[in-house]
Write a protein that binds this ligand. Structure first.
Ligand code: FES
Length: 139
């Protein structure tokens, strides 16, 4: 037997599926790598033109991002974008991770509505900031 909450959730998901891929919805509802990281090697924090702020932490081992995490005070799409970015960056070299652009995040998310595409750019900029922070701390 389904509860009214389940019915409501199904209705909301049905609406969301009109604009978002299953991947984007899944990352919004079950974000991977969410939360601050203790003892991170690099940290980036960027506020986008929309006014939302995203933070990312990276742990680096032998030039490779071993772990990445994020927080954001932004919309659901920014959660999905940041989460995807941390997933994509993990296991990559710092150089490769800083080359992940807005369009790469958008492709991995199966696209976003035009008005939300900037959320993927914010995720890309925040990862670049975290990599820069790590690199400048080693100079
Ligand atoms: Fe600002 Fe999504 S609307 S990051």
């Amino acid at each position: 037997m389904t509860s009214r909450f389940d019915d409501l959730q199904e209705l909301v998901l049905k609406e969301a599926r009109k604009d978002y891929s299953e991947t984007a919805i899944d990352l919004f509802m079950n974000p991977r790598n969410h939360g601050p990281m203790e003892g991170a090697d690099g940290f980036g924090k960027v506020t986008g033109p929309c006014g939302d702020t995203m933070s990312m932490w990276i742990r680096v081992r032998d030039g490779v991002i071993a772990k990445a995490s994020f927080t954001t005070d932004g919309c659901g799409t920014s959660i999905a974008s940041a989460s995807m970015m941390t997933v994509m960056a993990t296991g990559r070299t710092l150089e490769d991770a800083s080359r992940i652009e807005q369009n790469d995040v958008l492709s991995a998310l199966g696209g976003l509505p035009t008005e939300s595409e900037h959320c993927a750019r914010l995720a890309s900029l925040t990862m670049k900031a975290a990599v820069r922070d790590y690199s400048s701390s080693r100079e």
